[in-house]
Design a protein around this ligand. Sequence first.
Ligand SMILES: [Zn+2]
Length: 204
Amino acid sequence: MSKKTILVIHTLAVRRNWMIDATVQQQVDEVTRWHTKERGWKAIAYAQIIAQNGTKAGGRDLDGDGDFYEEIGAHAKGFNVEGIGIALTGGLGGKATDKFRDHYTQAQRFALWDTIYEIRKRFGDLEIIGHNEVSAKACPCFNVQEFLAEGDPRTKPITAPAAAAGAGVAVLGAGIAAAPEWWPVAALVAVAVIAIIVIRKVRT
Ligand SMILES: [Zn+2]
């Protein structure tokens, strides 16, 4: 078992609806066929594939023990011994500067976070990067550091209604704060209007 210190995120570079009706295991089998039959590798390059519907399946398992994360992969040159390679279904024709949502689903976002938690639990606080951070490639077609900084949306409180209420309070607060500046003028105008009415009534 090799010591894993880095998680490398990849794109599968396929259409979003590629094998959409197949199971993620069937997707893994198809990628395995590409990598073994067509490229002549020993096995699929990646430790795991995450499908558009958020389901995932293990990839390379040369010793057949069901432990995918320990394997030495074939996904990122110079990082295969210490790196774990995960690939997301989708990403065809993408650019390094694209956003996660341009190619992947919210279900994949959640699934990727779950994988990160699982891998961190086992290997500690390892480094997480996109393939494009160590190679002149678009892969995985989004900025992984940005993705990490955004955090897991499920662990954040729903902020939209609270923010709206906060904005309302802020507007009210601003009104109250502004009041001392305009209320003497308003009071003066009110007194003047009342005085005119009273004077007219007295005259008539
Ligand atoms: Zn890659």
